[in-house]
Design a protein around this ligand. Structure first.
Ligand SMILES: Nc1ncnc2c1ncn2[C@@H]1O[C@H](COP(=O)(O)OP(=O)(O)O)[C@@H](O)[C@H]1O
Ligand SMILES: [Mg+2]
Length: 299
């Protein structure tokens, strides 16, 4: 157990005023997460923030993440923040089922509702652009001599084309999570909650939808259902699909950077994950329908 986690557990016991036991939860490869419980049945979620995640650009600055977690809690979508410790949070333990990709496809209505509630809440203190993230990751890989997947930079002009097309009629930004892996959704009490604000920031809501669609392997029909559920209108589906491509293309490098710059996390095949995401992005970029998506968002 890292020292920071042991220290945080001691602070939780002091806060609770009783001894606590804990169970480590294997999550999304970044911070240290544990379920903490007392003998009399109280349960909390302890999130110990690893400063290396923000330092390598794999997450936003920790103070920002904490502030956004508090704002997301105020909408009822995020877990309630019960106590802030130095470098750690004690959160409401959401007693529910963590989703997987098939469950995300089955719960499109509830997920769209959760996204709308988060997006209607208070704006975050920072902005997030997947295009800036893409450029930052490419620069970071180069500065650290990390190998990009073969052919990665062949798509740089396509990234510029997508960015320009989306800018023709920009959408108002809203407070977004920006990293909606199935594992960040918990279904509880008939609704879907959203945890883990490591990459949150104000952004185009169509990135939120495209990103969650990419992470749950949505096909174009699923994207259309999600778009309709969120907007009450399927017209923005082309915008969501272009963001889906940007999610796969950019998060490819999240794995490259994670593999290269956080050597403490070596129990996971980052290269396979990067290759898989890149292959999905290339599949969509080479699709003859790509040009139609660009035309549709320009119109
Ligand atoms: N507040 C919570 N209540 C219950 N379970 C949670 C809570 N927050 C996270 N989890 C569980 O722990 C897992 C990892 O937590 P997460 O915050 O996503 O960390 P990571 O940064 O490692 O992805 C989630 O996928 C979910 O199953
Ligand atoms: Mg997570």
């Amino acid at each position: 157990m890292p020292d920071a986690v042991a220290d945080a557990l001691e602070m939780v016991a002091a806060w609770a005023g009783r001894p606590v036991s804990h169970t480590t939860i294997k999550g999304g490869l970044s911070h240290h997460i544990a379920r903490v419980e007392t003998e009399d049945g109280d349960r909390w979620l302890l999130r110990v923030l690893d400063p290396r995640i923000a330092a390598t650009g794999l997450g936003i600055p920790l103070e920002q993440e904490i502030a956004n977690t508090v704002l997301a809690a105020s909408t009822g979508v995020g877990a309630q923040v019960l106590h802030k410790l130095p470098g750690a949070l004690i959160l409401e333990y959401i007693d529910g089922v963590t989703l997987d990709a098939p469950a995300v496809r089955d719960e499109i209505g509830k997920i769209a509702k959760a996204c709308r509630a988060l997006h209607a809440g208070p704006r975050f203190g920072n902005d997030f652009s997947i295009f800036r993230k893409h450029a930052d990751f490419v620069a970071l890989c180069k500065a650290n001599s990390l190998k990009l997947p073969d052919g990665y930079e062949d798509w740089t002009p396509a990234v510029a084309e997508i960015e320009q097309a989306l800018a023709v009629r920009p959408m108002r930004t809203v407070p977004c999570h920006n990293d909606l892996l199935p594992e960040n959704f918990i279904k509880a009490g008939g609704v879907v909650r959203i945890v883990d604000y490591q990459l949150s920031g104000n952004n185009d809501p169509c990135f939120e939808l495209g990103d969650l669609a990419a992470e749950a392997d949505f096909d174009p029909d699923d994207v259309e259902r999600l778009t309709l559920a969120y907007f009450d209108d399927a017209a923005p589906a082309a915008r969501v699909r272009l963001n889906l491509i940007m999610s796969n293309l950019t998060w490819t490098l999240w794995f490259v950077v994670h593999h290269g710059l956080t050597p403490q996390h070596r129990d996971f095949d980052y290269n396979a994950e990067a290759a898989d995401k890149f292959a999905q992005a290339v599949r969509d970029l080479k699709d003859p329908g790509f040009g139609r998506l660009i035309d549709a968002v320009r119109r």
